[in-house]
Ligand binder design. Structure first.
Ligand code: PMP
Ligand code: GLN
Length: 378
């Protein structure tokens, strides 16, 4: 019974959430809200169920939802995706990402991943016979070293994966970064997978620079998005991807057989909900307030930090507390202090030890303050 990835460990998110549960800790590890989504949205789902939307949706998603997504992207990033051919509704961003990779990655194709990176890219590449090629983001701002990235590109490079706003660092790619990327990829056949699940969580007046905004990038890009992050519904596993027709046609050949279609009543509800832009545009301020509540409380601890620029994650440097490796310290934090966080070394090249933990602030304000008060006692 030899599987394709026999040595793959269980994801750190499952490990830390399980440990947190076992020790009744405050769970700031895995990224999900501990508050409820808007009741208006929840009611729209029950209305859809009561109105008979309980059978298979169209394979690529309902046309009305694809149209609403297309209008949203056009209004924010001035790029018009054709809803018929260029948008597919998926079971979260995770299914979009896996399907993109399995559609295009052949044996020995190389895929460049910027590290630290969210953990679902690498196994998807390896299980399809591809080779992940890592480039470490540098410095406290997690910047791309363009020279190093350029050196990694060769005729075997099939895909490059970016993630902005970035999990786990909370950094964002600038307009200049996106233009540099466009010029780097020009004259290549490299597909860009742009993971933009935190597109609506950007702080301090900064802007999200979607790959769809740059025509030279859009022509080779799959943009991946998640309604889970945007509408506080990670358990619904609803998302989508957008790409030019020639790429999306191929994507759908695999999508139709690994899931066929996704949840119909939720598509109906999201279509209506997306028509009010405030429902997603308010998210920047909503999470900026949470970040600020958390950081104000964390200022009284020995942890050091640079405020996150986007996502609902904050890195915390614990050099002033202990020499322990982050995996050891994270475990002790749960067991002795009752607060769970994610050790960041697991996302780096060679598991480099940075003495940094990732905390999720998608939590009620009182949860954030309570956790910080505990952490202040260390
Ligand atoms: N990409 C990143 C960077 C993420 O943090 C997540 C979090 N879950 C995902 C993709 C997957 O999103 P979804 O829950 O919609 O599958
Ligand atoms: N994206 C979430 C995080 O980074 C986790 C999602 C998952 O557990 N797969 O915490």
């Amino acid at each position: 019974f030899t599987s394709k990835l026999p040595d793959l460990p269980t994801t750190i998110f499952t490990i830390m959430s399980r440990l947190s549960h076992e020790h009744s800790a405050i769970n700031l590890s895995q990224g999900f809200p501990n508050f409820e989504p808007d009741p208006v949205l929840v009611n729209l789902v029950s209305e859809a169920m009561n109105s008979g939307y309980n059978q298979y949706a169209p394979m690529a998603g309902t046309y009305s939802l694809r149209e609403a997504i297309s209008n949203k992207i056009n209004s924010l990033y001035s790029h018009k995706y054709n809803p018929e051919h260029e948008i597919t509704v998926t079971s979260g961003a995770t299914q979009a990402i896996y399907t993109i990779i399995s559609t295009f990655i052949h044996k020995n194709d190389e895929v460049i991943i910027l590290k630290p990176a969210y953990d679902c890219y690498e196994p998807a590449i390896e299980s399809n016979g591809g080779i992940p090629v890592f480039v470490q983001l540098e410095g406290s701002n997690f910047k791309i070293n363009w020279e190093v990235l350029k050196q990694k590109i060769n005729p075997k490079t099939k895909m490059l994966i970016i993630n902005t706003p970035h999990n786990p660092s909370g950094s964002i790619l600038s307009d200049d970064d996106m233009k540099k990327l466009a010029s780097l990829l020009k004259d290549t056949n490299i597909i860009l997978l742009s993971d933009e699940v935190y597109e609506h969580i950007v702080f301090d007046g900064e802007e999200h620079h979607s790959a769809s905004k740059y025509p030279d990038l859009a022509e080779r890009t799959f943009v991946c998005a998640s309604f889970g992050k945007t509408f506080h519904t990670t358990g619904w596993k609803m998302g989508y991807c957008a790409a030019p027709k020639e790429l999306m046609d191929e994507f759908r050949k695999i999508h139709q057989f690994n899931v066929f279609c996704v949840d119909h009543p939720k598509q109906k509800a999201l279509t209506t909900y997306l028509k009010t832009p405030e429902n997603y545009l308010s998210l920047n301020q909503f999470y900026q307030n949470k970040r600020d509540v958390f950081l104000e409380a964390m200022a009284k601890t020995k942890f050091r930090f640079t405020p996150s620029k986007g996502t609902f994650f904050q890195l915390m440097d614990y050099t002033d507390i202990t020499d322990e490796a982050d995996t050891v310290f994270a475990e002790r934090l749960v067991k002795e202090f009752g607060v769970a966080a994610i050790p960041v070394s697991v996302f780096n090249v060679n598991n480099e030890d940075h003495k940094v933990l990732r905390f999720c602030f998608a939590k009620k304000d009182e949860t954030l303050v309570e956790a910080a008060e505990i952490l202040a006692r260390i």
